[in-house]
Design a protein around this ligand. Structure first.
Ligand code: SF4
Length: 287
């Protein structure tokens, strides 16, 4: 079989299998519909697209069964402490009518609202499907992201991509952004004033995309959005209601690079997200 696979595909499968091994998935099945029992549609796309589809079909699917969708009654009513006298991020009343990602980006402009602009190379606005049902929110850009102007493209980004693909999705199906759009120097955590200046744009992105589920990657994203100083371990993996949407906090991929043993916990969290989005219920459904 390997003689038919390109080196890049072999490497991708190898990385995917390693990821599944890390998260405790050791067995795979092959859907009979993928085993050639269903006639293939006539290929009309260019050869490159056809090859890509074949490669995607060849990737293993996780065996784990999705958990049932969360019942509304199980959603945790998170009571965040109020910060200063400003409006709570939980209040959706400041929604801008007919807002679009383009407008938000235009409003951001060549932003110098906080000191992070002094050391950035790029504003990393966000990337992905503007109608995504699933948004991942990280802390802020790192060096690779600052250089390329795209979120999660470094080592941690590669792991996030594996996580997304393990869910049966592709990056283009979801939307990925950060709490702050400019890289904090030395990859330090964003400071309170920086978050205060930048987070309104994040909230506009969330409101505009109107996802079904928000996944906060890491404590900074979760603490910022939930306006709490409590450690992520207090609410990781639990459904929280946020501005009328379901929010799940889980560990940041960079943390997983340092602590691979935590990948299994993140996979459990993502399985809850998959169930909520109906993934694996209807094969091929995208977020
Ligand atoms: S981090 Fe946000 S608020 Fe600060 S300069 Fe960059 S875009 Fe503007």
């Amino acid at each position: 079989m390997s003689e038919h696979l390109s080196n890049s595909l072999q490497q991708k499968i190898s990385e995917r299998l390693r990821f599944y091994e890390d998260i405790g998935v050791g067995h795979f099945y092959r859907d009979r519909r993928d085993a050639g029992l269903t006639p293939e549609p006539q290929a009309v796309a260019p050869a490159q697209q056809s090859t890509q589809r074949n490669e995607e079909r060849s990737l293993p699917k996780p065996q784990s069964k999705p958990l049932p969708p969360v019942a509304p009654a199980l959603l945790r009513k998170f009571e965040p402490p109020r910060v200063d006298d400003g409006p709570s991020l939980f209040e959706a009343s400041n929604k801008i009518e007919n807002d679009t990602l383009l407008k938000i980006r235009e409003d951001l402009g060549d932003c110098k609202r906080c000191k992070l602009h002094k050391t950035r190379h790029s504003i990393v606005f966000g990337d992905g499907n503007p109608k995504a049902q699933l948004i991942f929110v990280g802390e802020g850009p790192g060096a690779d992201e600052d250089a390329q102007g795209l979120p999660f493209v470094g080592r941690a980004g590669k792991l996030l991509t594996q996580m997304i693909e393990a869910m049966g999705l592709q990056r283009k199906d979801v939307y990925i952004c950060n709490v702050v759009k400019c890289r904090p120097p030395e990859n330090r955590q964003p400071e309170k004033d920086e978050v205060a200046e930048c987070s309104p744009f994040l909230l506009r992105q969330i409101d505009t995309i109107a996802p079904k589920v928000i996944v906060c990657l890491g404590s900074t994203a979760a603490q910022t959005i939930l306006q709490t100083s409590r450690g992520i371990s207090h609410f990781r993996g639990e459904w929280i209601e946020f501005r009328g949407r379901k929010l799940m906090a889980t560990y940041h991929p960079a943390y997983l690079l340092r602590n691979p043993a935590a990948k299994g916990e993140v996979w459990k969290d993502l399985q809850k997200v998959m169930a909520e989005l109906g993934l694996q219920v209807k094969k091929g459904k995208s977020a």
